[in-house]
Write a protein that binds this ligand. Structure first.
Ligand SMILES: [Zn+2]
Length: 458
């Protein structure tokens, strides 16, 4: 068996691992490299394998950094099947279509600029046709824990990774032993999704290391902050903006707001979900209740429920979105993007940032250099569409929402899977060193850090 690391090696994006075993070739994930320009340009690099020779893609989950380069495989001649859970197939279609649309807009903008310089710009990486051809290759598996025959020997089994709806850790059983790829592992006690499964024992474990160096804060502090933000803003007729990622975080935020409303702790207000992508992903969530944890199944079994209760409005069109700031104040507005780098949150920031009665509640990580990070770091003014806007609104940041396992969960997983060979993927350099040292002292196992475009053989 030969494993070649084609992404998420000493970094957290571009997840892609190529495996040759028992006469077949497959990749686990085919994700987008995200971050600064240099990182994004890596998406244009050739794959360190021949897409035409691939038989399967085993897709762990629908986040862009795990599925975003799939249309490039198709462009480059991949004719095989893309196996994933049914929710992952449905959500990945939305994520890929959104990615194609953003790239096409960006390419159009770059082309206009280049034309004025008398130059030509690069075309988008892929367009909607590529996405449609990718979607045709999806073959959803029956569900978790059901072995799938990959033809002539190897079997794949998708286990619940508890990270986002439909997310999987993938077990590959071969004549050469078993490989388990964690995908992204979830946090414990996340709303809606189940906790990460107890892994099967394995010979080789590829484990994600995103938070391999830290333990998360408790959710109760986060919920207190959540309540404080709502109570400080809404009764004073301010708007509370929640910049949120469309997939999983938005649904978790709706879940927590619903619980407050249900307990009669939510002041009178309307809640706007103002993101077409978040609305579409929420609708997919609503179709897959059997994937929820026990508490989620109970909460969602009724009407009203977190996706359908009186004050909640889905604003699909741009006109409906603009109407929000015209009609009334004292509302909760959930919009993307999660780091305030684009999307409808921008025009809500423009309307509310300068307002001392309004508030911004950050529920996700804000990367260095983003507008969200500037606000969190206390900027007095931020630039929006060429205009300086004063930051007078109240700002809250919560740290408890996390859909990634922290160090204690990862260490437990390694103990339970008890691999002979342990390979660390999907982590930043400085985290990987600390994590490897901790694994050695606490679990007594040596580990290898995956290196980009390098192979290991067993
Ligand atoms: Zn993920």
């Amino acid at each position: 068996m030969k494993i070649t690391f084609a992404g998420a090696a000493e970094t957290v994006t571009g997840s892609c691992h190529h495996i040759e075993v028992d006469g077949i070739r497959l990749v686990m994930d085919c994700g987008f490299f995200q971050g600064g320009k240099e990182r994004r340009d890596m998406n244009r690099d050739p794959f360190p394998f021949d897409p035409k020779a691939l038989d399967f893609v085993l897709l762990s989950h629908a986040h862009l950094d795990h599925c975003g380069r799939l249309p490039l495989l198709i462009q480059q001649g991949f004719k095989g099947k893309i196996l994933c859970t049914p929710p992952t197939a449905d959500i990945a279609k939305l994520i890929l279509a959104d990615s194609a649309s953003l790239q096409m807009k960006q390419a159009e903008y770059e082309a206009r600029k280049a034309k004025r310089r008398g130059e030509t710009a690069e075309p988008p990486l892929y367009d909607m046709d590529d996405v449609m051809r990718t979607v045709d290759r999806f073959r959803p598996v029956a569900g978790y824990n059901v072995p799938v025959d990959l033809g002539g020997g190897p079997k794949a089994i998708f286990h619940d990774a508890g990270h986002i709806l439909g997310s999987a850790a993938i077990e590959l059983q071969t004549s050469n032993g078993t490989v388990l790829f964690s995908g992204d592992l979830g946090n414990r006690h996340q709303p809606i999704v189940k906790d990460p499964c107890v892994p099967p024992k394995t010979d080789i474990l590829l484990i994600e290391s995103t938070y391999g160096d830290r333990a998360h804060k408790s959710m109760s502090d986060t919920l207190d902050e959540f309540r404080t933000a709502i109570q400080s803003v809404i009764p004073n007729n301010g708007n509370l903006l929640i910049p949120s990622f469309a997939l999983e975080r938005t649904q978790e935020v709706l879940y927590e707001i619903f619980k407050l409303w249900d307990a009669k702790e939510l002041p009178r207000c309307r809640i706007f979900l103002d993101s077409p992508l978040a609305i579409s992903t929420t609708k997919v969530f609503a179709r897959y209740r059997e994937y929820y944890d026990q508490e989620g199944q109970v909460v969602f079994s009724g009407d009203p429920n977190p996706f359908k209760f009186t004050p909640l409005r889905f604003t699909q069109t741009t006109d409906e979105s603009k109407e929000i700031n015209r009609t009334s104040r004292g509302n909760i507005i959930i919009a993307g993007s999660g780091m305030c780098t684009g999307g409808r949150i921008i025009h809500h920031l423009r309307h509310n940032l300068w307002h001392k009665d309004s508030g911004i509640l950050f529920v996700g990580y804000q990367a260095v250099g983003t507008r969200g990070r500037h606000i969190v770091d206390g900027a007095e003014k931020v630039r929006i569409w060429g205009e300086e806007i004063a930051v007078k609104a109240k700002i809250w940041t919560t740290n408890g929402f996390s859909s990634h396992a922290d160090q204690p969960i990862l260490l437990d997983w390694i103990r339970q899977a008890d691999p002979e060979h342990l390979i660390l993927v999907h982590g930043e350099d400085e985290v990987l060193d600390n994590f490897a040292a901790k694994i050695k002292t606490d679990v007594g196992k040596e580990s290898t850090v995956a290196k980009l475009e390098k192979s290991v053989q067993f």
